[in-house]
Structure formats: C-alpha cells, structure tokens
Design a protein around this ligand. Structure first.
Ligand code: PGA
Length: 263
C-alpha cells in the first residue's frame, strides 16, 4: 500500500487530480480502449474535481475516451433531485468536462428491479474490461462507498440499508433533516472495488483520523471496511495531516520517507 500524506485538503486535491490525469494519459485511451474510472461523491473529492475541470479546460487532460462508474446512488431520488448522486456528478464534474454521456454510468436508484440493475452494472464494468482506477472517500466509520461496517469484504453491487450514523452524517446535505435522507441505497460492493486494477482512497480532516488509523495500522476486519485495502496489490491512501494525525509517528515517518524517494 502507498500512503501519501499531504499538508492539507488542497494539496491532496492537486495530487489526486495530477495522478488521475497522468494515469489517463499513460493509458492512451481510444473509443475501443477507454480509461475506466470509478468515482465517488461526497465533500472529499470536490477539490479534485475542480482541479480536473481546470486541467481539462487547459487541455492538460481529455475525458473524451474516459468511461466512469459511480460508486453508489440513493434509492428513491430521481436524477434531477439536488441530493441525488446523478445531480451531484453532473453539477460538480461532468457538465464541465468533455466526457461523452454514453460513457457515464451511475446506478439507477429509481429502478423497480434492484437485482437486475446491480447485475447489469457489474456486467457493464466487465464489458469495458474492468475499472482501471477506483477513487473513493471514506466514512468516519471506515465505510467505502455505502459498504458499512460488517459488510462482506467480497460483496458485489447490491441494495444496502444505511446506518443511522451515515444518515445523520449525510443529513447536512438535506437541510439537516434526517427524515429527508433516504434509508437505502444501491452501492458497488467491496469485491467490486477490489477488482479494480488500482484503488485510491482520499481522506481529509480530523474526523477521518480513526478510520485512517484502522485502515493502515489495524488488522483486516469487516468492521473497518477500509482495512480491505491491505489486500490490494495497488492501493493508495491519500490523506492530509489531520486525517493522518492518529497514526504512530513511526508510521508517518516510514511512509513519508518512501514517498520522498519515489514521488
Ligand atoms: P465525505 O464522505 O467525502 O463527504 O466525507 C465520504 C463517505 O462517506 O464515503
């Protein structure tokens, strides 16, 4: 696992965007060989999206042959609902870059047949040859996508009931009214994320410090889903100093020293 510790959220955003651009360019994507990105919503990736929008506008990177798969979507929110992840992605990223609509994939939370929707999502990922780089945030409880503690570490795309803590945390996007937050969501599974060639998890802020500690120094356990990254051959945790603040001093020194020699 690579652990990259930057000073603050802005530096994480810049590093993440530069890395995504670099990976896209190195892939030399074409219509038949698109670069396939897994993408998160939430507040953490916003800075990275803004930076990528700038890089796209200046011609540093093109999304013309990039395909995307979002991690999750609430059940019951139509795409035009301001808190749906369809809306979030369109407003915060897709409408500002040169991505082709046909290459955008987001689970349909309005479907009546959840099982079919999830199976088709998994199949669509396979059809494009798998995900090249899956980017994610983490919850304070270590969840990745909507895979809450206790989720199977080999889970696939499916419907999940959200924990009260997650509902409370997400209420900030729903006028702080927890009754407005959907109770269920469709989400890629931990197994789906782990199948990606590479995974980059971004964490910023003091409230992510405990999850980062468990993910890097703790044992592999379904109670901290982030810890599954220890089983991936190409996992990156990108965090700021606040999110890294509960790590042992030696752990920080160790990973910083490696990065100083490789970056
Ligand atoms: P956040 O959410 O980026 O808004 O902190 C991350 C998550 O819950 O996965």
């Amino acid at each position: 696992m690579r652990v990259i510790i930057k000073q603050d959220a802005a530096q994480c955003a810049k590093w993440a965007a530069d890395y995504v651009s670099y990976k896209i360019k190195r892939h030399h994507p074409t219509p038949n060989k698109p670069f396939v990105l897994g993408l998160p919503t939430g507040s953490t990736p916003l800075g990275m999206y803004q930076e990528l929008i700038k890089q796209c506008a200046s011609g540093k990177v093109s999304f013309e042959h990039v395909a995307t798969f979002n991690m999750d979507e609430y059940i019951g929110l139509p795409p035009e609902h301001p808190q749906s992840y369809h809306y979030f992605m369109k407003e915060n990223f897709f409408k500002h870059i040169n991505i082709q609509t046909k290459n955008i994939h987001i689970l349909n939370g309005m479907t009546r047949d959840y099982e079919k929707e999830c199976t088709e999502y998994e199949n669509a990922i396979k059809k494009l040859g798998g995900i090249n780089l899956f980017i994610g945030g983490i919850g304070t409880d270590g969840h990745i996508a909507f895979n809450e503690p206790g989720s199977s570490l080999t889970s696939r795309t499916r419907i999940k009931t959200l924990r009260l803590d997650t509902i409370k945390s997400n209420a900030r996007f729903f006028d702080n009214d927890i009754t407005q937050v959907p109770r269920t969501a469709l989400t890629v599974g931990i197994g789906t994320i782990m199948d990606a060639q590479e995974i980059m998890i971004i964490a910023t802020g003091r409230n992510k410090a405990e999850a980062i500690k468990h993910g890097i120094e703790g044992a592999l356990t379904h109670m901290w889903p982030i810890s599954v990254l220890q089983m991936h051959q190409h996992g990156i945790i990108l965090c700021d100093e606040e999110a890294a603040s509960m790590l042992e001093a030696d752990t920080i020194k160790y990973f910083k020293e490696i990065e100083n020699r490789t970056d």
